[in-house]
Write a protein that binds this ligand. Structure first.
Ligand SMILES: [Zn+2]
Ligand SMILES: [Zn+2]
Length: 291
């Protein structure tokens, strides 16, 4: 079984960015201009409690989006919500609980993404009980240094969550606020039927995407107990899972483009991480191992 269709196009997009409609430092137009110039196919402007309209900015598809934030005693919850239409957000207001809002977004055909779990200090228990959310940000550029502290990367907490039975699909996003170098860094490559809002949301729901900062997955194929991984030239191909120790978890070399991984006894999920010579990463969605 191939996770990606070799005949289908990938679209490049950032699902999380801010503008002067909330706490971002540039106008929506300037944000769109920068992402368009960097070769993105789509962008979601996800201002806090402010839903952006669908737009076509010189060929850049702008998906209606918003970020709702909630504060609890020991952690925060920020959810990025992508809507089929900005009108679908009608009725949402501050003071509603996060389960109410998540139920609403799903009921109107939207997609909910758990934003920056590491930055938010989310616990695996909390993430495990978050109903109606199937995607989390494995990497959030602005949550890293020098823009913020060192909590851009949520791999550790999401691996603990996955090892305890709850698999999230993984996106990478910039969460651009300052446009001082955190924009146009971390993104997803999506195999959508077309560059339209419904097609991109459908592909997100079906998990037909990977997260990256540059390295490309060319093929991920499951053949019995082997996983065939083909990539653009990278320096490391690492396979993570619920097992804390496996031999040769990380294969390192110059210009690697292929690895065949044999699933180990006891592995209930595996995911693949690539690192290129410049230190940029890519992350596959976790693959549930069925026996
Ligand atoms: Zn946030
Ligand atoms: Zn944000």
């Amino acid at each position: 079984m191939k996770l990606f269709d070799p005949a289908m196009k990938f679209y490049k997009g950032n699902t999380h960015a801010h503008s002067t409609n909330s706490d971002g430092r540039v106008s929506p137009e300037e944000s769109m201009r920068q992402y368009r110039e960097a070769g993105y196919d789509f962008l979601a402007l996800t201002d806090h409690w402010h839903v952006g309209e669908e737009r076509n900015y010189n060929g850049l598809l702008v998906i209606p989006g918003v970020e709702y934030d909630f504060t609890f005693e020991t952690q925060a919850l920020h959810i990025v919500c992508l809507y089929p239409d900005a009108k679908c957000a009608a009725g949402i207001r501050r003071g509603m609980t996060h389960p109410e809002i998540i139920r609403h977004v799903n009921s109107v055909g939207g997609v909910v993404i758990a934003a920056h779990p590491a930055w938010s200090l989310n616990t695996p228990d909390f993430l495990s009980t978050l109903d109606g959310v199937d995607i989390a940000e494995v990497y959030n550029t602005v949550s890293g240094e020098p823009f913020n502290g060192p909590r851009a990367n949520s791999e550790g907490i999401l691996d603990v969550t996955a090892a305890n039975g709850r698999l999230y699909n993984l996106v990478a996003a910039d969460d651009a606020h300052f446009y001082h170098g955190e924009q146009c860094v971390s993104y997803i490559m999506v195999q959508a039927e077309a560059l339209t809002v419904p097609a991109v949301l459908d592909a997100l729901r079906k998990g037909r995407f990977y997260a990256t900062q540059g390295p490309e997955f060319r093929n991920i194929e499951i053949c019995g107990d082997e996983i065939i991984i083909e990539t653009s030239p990278v320096s490391r191909i690492t396979v993570c899972s619920n097992r804390y120790w496996v031999n040769d978890r990380c294969v390192q070399g110059e210009g690697l483009t292929r690895r065949v991984y044999k699933v180990q006894p006891g592995e209930r999920f595996v995911r693949i991480r690539l690192t290129d010579a410049a230190g940029r990463c890519a992350w596959s969605n976790p693959i549930a191992i069925e026996r």
